[in-house]
Design a binder for this molecule. Structure first.
Ligand code: ZN
Length: 561
């Protein structure tokens, strides 16, 4: 079923007793089912229930992000956060049941082995004994979001949020760039203690949960919570090593080229967002204009993207403008029982608007393409695979960038490719940092800042904060929401970027084949784990020798560094 207007998604708020009664019925039906078909019908009914609950949760969280100052939305979110561990407990009970010997083979024959591997991993991440910690964890995540969303930065006589100040980071005037960056970091300086405290509580809570569940540290639990079923720490460590070897030196050259292009003797942190003396390309119109260009672009791109985007735009499944009280960032969420996703962004007039938009559209298109998968677990894959859909679409839309940037299309592509590569060392630094943090959970806030500094030295050796004392002392990680709210969700972007860069290479050689492989990958959703999905789309695994070396080599030629 597809609901074609966002406002038509109407839900009754679930109660724990109500959901438990539904589960009781499902368990009773399983007990009394005498045929395979009857048992599998229960799995189907369970799946429908999970889709309904997931739709409700997505909606509650979306509302909160859209207006963090709305008291009712906050209450709804708190209620959902409190209910979630109880709902997880029920879901895990069902998973355990389906993993038992007799049922397991029937489930596997119908749905394949991936769901079983996912459930096996998931049941290890939950026990009623950690219910309080889970609720507290969500609340601390919301505290971080609220604190950042309330930031009120004064710059050039106007008020800006952490999202909207970003446009000055790319200003062609060095003084403006510096001062905007200084205003941003002075907010972090003023709020540093609060941010340290929120994070410390999160680290303690997560470590406690890991201990209660029998893990040596939160790292092992964190990997399980990310549903990683076909790779572990060794592979991730190998990949970070590959980034150090093949990408860090390349990035030093990209920065050198950038410094020369913008005519500076020294490239400081506040110069890094500017890639061109003329200023970075900007979309040549406002929000409504961009949506019209996007319609043209997706119509021309084919593969069903055009029809889908019209559906999204006409049904109001987007919220793209920045406004007061709206939480920062961009994301795609999905309402599984409505068969539709939703794109959230904070347009600020920079080239990033186009990137965020094509990125989230990749997620949205994938969710939509696999909405009829037989299990909710397969509607979307694990995160590193999800990010392939989004980051690859950023490259597959390259031929249409003139629609947004006019004569600056080529400049946009050059900058985008450079940024895609520059992102990799930063991304693995965020990942490595979290390994250090959770290996030593009793570290003090200042020790954590020192850990981050160590990461910058290792992965971003040419970064120089100049007179911006707060990040110079190791505070930059506090601006990275994932570190607070989605632990260990960051390597995923870098793994996916390695895959997206391969799509870029292939689209330059044979666009139509790359595009049809992309659409086929989206349609597979999460029916297989990461490495299998990547292989099925003709991509080299980032965990294999050579995947990064190949793309780095080609990028070097194209960028002329
Ligand atoms: Zn994404």
């Amino acid at each position: 079923m597809t609901v074609t207007r966002f406002d038509d998604i109407k839900l009754t708020i679930p109660t724990f007793d109500g959901v438990r009664a539904e589960y009781d019925q499902l368990f009773a039906a399983l007990d009394s089912a005498s045929t395979k078909d009857a048992r599998l019908a229960v799995v189907h009914d369970w799946d429908q229930l999970r889709r309904r609950l997931s739709t409700w949760e997505s909606l509650v969280h979306l509302h909160f992000e859209q207006d963090t100052r709305n008291e009712q939305y906050k209450k709804d979110r708190d209620y959902s956060d409190e209910l979630r561990p109880k709902l997880t407990e029920l879901a895990v009970k069902m998973m355990r049941r389906l993993l038992e010997r007799e049922l397991r083979s029937e489930v596997e024959a119908k749905y394949g082995p991936t769901c079983l591997a996912l459930w096996e991993s998931e049941v290890l991440t939950f026990d009623p004994a950690i219910e309080q910690e889970l609720v507290a964890e969500s609340q601390l995540g919301a505290d971080y979001t609220e604190l950042c969303a309330a930031a009120d930065l004064e710059f050039q006589g106007e008020k800006y949020s952490l999202s909207t100040i970003v446009k000055f980071r790319q200003d062609a005037s060095r003084g403006v760039r510096h001062d905007a960056e200084a205003v941003l970091w002075s907010w972090f300086n003023e709020n540093g203690e609060k941010l340290d405290l929120i994070y410390d509580r999160l680290v303690q809570l997560r470590t406690l949960m890991a201990k209660k569940l029998g893990f040596a540290s939160y790292i092992e639990l964190g990997y399980k919570r990310m549903n990683r079923i076909d790779y572990g720490r060794d592979e991730v460590e190998f990949y970070r090593q590959q980034v150090r070897e093949h990408v860090v030196p390349l990035c030093a050259e990209i920065r050198k080229q950038q410094r020369e292009r913008i005519g500076l003797d020294k490239l400081y942190a506040y110069d890094e967002p500017l890639f061109d003396p003329a200023g970075n390309p900007k979309p040549q119109g406002d929000h409504d204009w961009m949506v019209e260009r996007a319609k043209e672009m997706f119509d021309a791109l084919g593969g069903g993207l055009g029809e889908f985007f019209h559906l999204m735009a006409d049904g109001n499944f987007t919220d793209l403008k920045s406004r007061d009280g709206k939480a920062g960032g961009g994301f795609c969420t999905v309402f599984p029982s409505a068969g539709m996703p939703f794109i959230y962004a904070n347009f600020n007039g920079t080239q990033g608007d186009v990137q965020v938009f094509t990125h989230e559209m990749g997620h949205a298109f994938q969710c939509y393409s696999s909405r009829d998968m037989p299990l909710l677990d397969y509607v979307f894959p694990t995160y590193e695979s999800c990010e392939i859909h989004s980051m690859s679409l950023e490259f597959l839309t390259w031929p249409h960038m003139e629609k947004f940037f006019g004569d600056d299309g080529e400049r946009f592509r050059t900058i985008h490719l450079g940024q895609a590569l520059l992102f990799l060392p930063y991304g693995v630094a965020v990942d490595h940092f979290q390994h250090l943090v959770y290996e030593k959970p009793k570290a003090t806030p200042s020790e954590r800042h020192a850990m981050w500094k160590q990461m910058e030295e290792m992965y971003l050796p040419q970064l120089d904060w100049h007179d911006l004392s707060y990040p110079a002392a190791g505070g930059r990680w506090q601006h990275q929401r994932h570190i607070y709210s989605s632990p260990f969700y960051y390597i995923d972007y870098t793994l996916a970027q390695c895959c997206a860069l391969q799509f870029w290479l292939r689209s330059e050689e044979d666009f139509d084949t790359a595009m049809s492989d992309y659409v086929a990958l989206c349609q597979r959703g999460g029916e297989a784990p990461f490495r299998q999905l990547a292989a099925s789309a003709g991509l080299k695994s980032p965990f294999d020798e050579g995947a990064l070396a190949d793309v780095a080599g080609k990028a070097r030629d194209v960028l002329g560094v």
